[in-house]
Design a protein around this ligand. Structure first.
Ligand code: HPA
Ligand code: MG
Length: 212
C-alpha cells in the first residue's frame, strides 16, 4: 500500500478549548465537553488536502464519491477548494460527483453490520469523515473493486488511534485523533450534532440525552 501523506496528530493529552471561547448552538452547550478541532482549522487543513490530492491525480478525471451522511461537510468543503484550484491554475481536472450512504453506528458503538445505500457511478473515490477501526472502509473498497476503477484514492478528515484498528490507512488524512467519540462538522451521535461547525467531544450529559 502507498504511504499516507503527512497529517496533523492530536495527542492523547490534548485538552481542547473551552466552549465559551467559541460560538456553540445554545441547544448543545450542556452536551459537549470541549471544542476539539475548531472549524477554521478544519478548513485550513482541508485547503491543503485539496492541493495534495490534485497534485497526486495527474491527468485522471475524478469521480468524487461522498460517504454520507458524516462525510458531507468535508466533501463539500474539499470540493470547493479543488474547484478553486481548477479555476485558478493552469492545470484543471474534470470532476463528477456521486454519493453513497453507509451506516454502522448506534450510540457510540459500531454495530458490526454495514448498510450500503446508493451510488451509481462507482469508479474513483474521495471523502470520508472518519476512519475508526477501518472495517467500514475495507468493506467499501472491496465493493468498489467490482467496478474495476483505474485508481481509488481515499481522503478522510479524521483517523482514530485505536487498538481496534484493522490497520487500514487512507491516502489522505486531515487529523489523527485519540480514541474518543467526537461529533460536529457532520459527524453525529444518533443523528444529533451534525448541525455544529466545530469538532467537539461529547459530554456524559449529551450521551444520555441523545441515547437511542
Ligand atoms: N464520531 C462520530 N461517528 C463515528 C465516530 C466518532 O468518533 N467513530 C466512528 N463513527
Ligand atoms: Mg454516524
Amino acid at each position: 500500500m502507498a504511504t499516507c501523506s503527512p497529517y496533523i496528530v492530536i495527542g492523547d493529552d490534548e485538552k481542547g478549548y473551552d466552549l465559551d471561547l467559541f460560538c456553540i448552538p445554545k441547544h448543545y452547550v450542556d452536551d459537549l465537553e470541549k471544542v476539539y478541532i475548531p472549524h477554521g482549522l478544519i478548513m485550513d487543513r482541508t485547503e491543503r488536502l485539496a492541493r495534495d490530492i490534485m497534485k497526486s491525480m495527474g491527468e485522471h478525471h475524478i469521480v468524487a464519491l461522498c460517504v454520507l451522511k458524516g462525510g458531507y461537510k468535508f466533501f463539500a468543503d474539499l470540493l470547493d477548494y479543488i474547484k478553486a484550484l481548477n479555476r485558478n491554475s493552469d492545470k484543471s481536472i474534470p470532476m463528477t460527483v456521486d454519493f453513497i450512504r453507509l451506516k454502522s453506528y448506534c450510540n457510540d458503538e459500531s454495530t458490526g453490520e454495514i448498510k450500503v445505500i446508493g451510488g451509481d457511478d462507482l469508479s474513483t473515490l474521495t471523502g470520508k469523515d472518519i476512519i475508526d477501526t477501518g472495517k467500514t472502509m475495507k468493506t467499501l473498497l472491496s465493493l468498489l473493486k467490482q467496478y474495476n476503477p483505474k485508481m481509488v484514492k481515499v481522503a478522510s478528515l479524521l483517523v482514530k488511534r485505536t487498538p481496534r484498528s484493522v490497520g487500514y490507512r487512507p491516502d489522505f488524512v486531515g487529523f489523527e485523533v485519540p480514541d474518543k467519540f467526537v461529533v460536529g462538522y457532520a459527524l453525529d451521535y444518533n443523528e444529533y450534532f451534525r448541525d455544529l461547525n466545530h469538532i467537539c467531544v461529547i459530554s456524559e450529559t449529551g450521551k444520555q440525552k441523545y441515547k437511542a
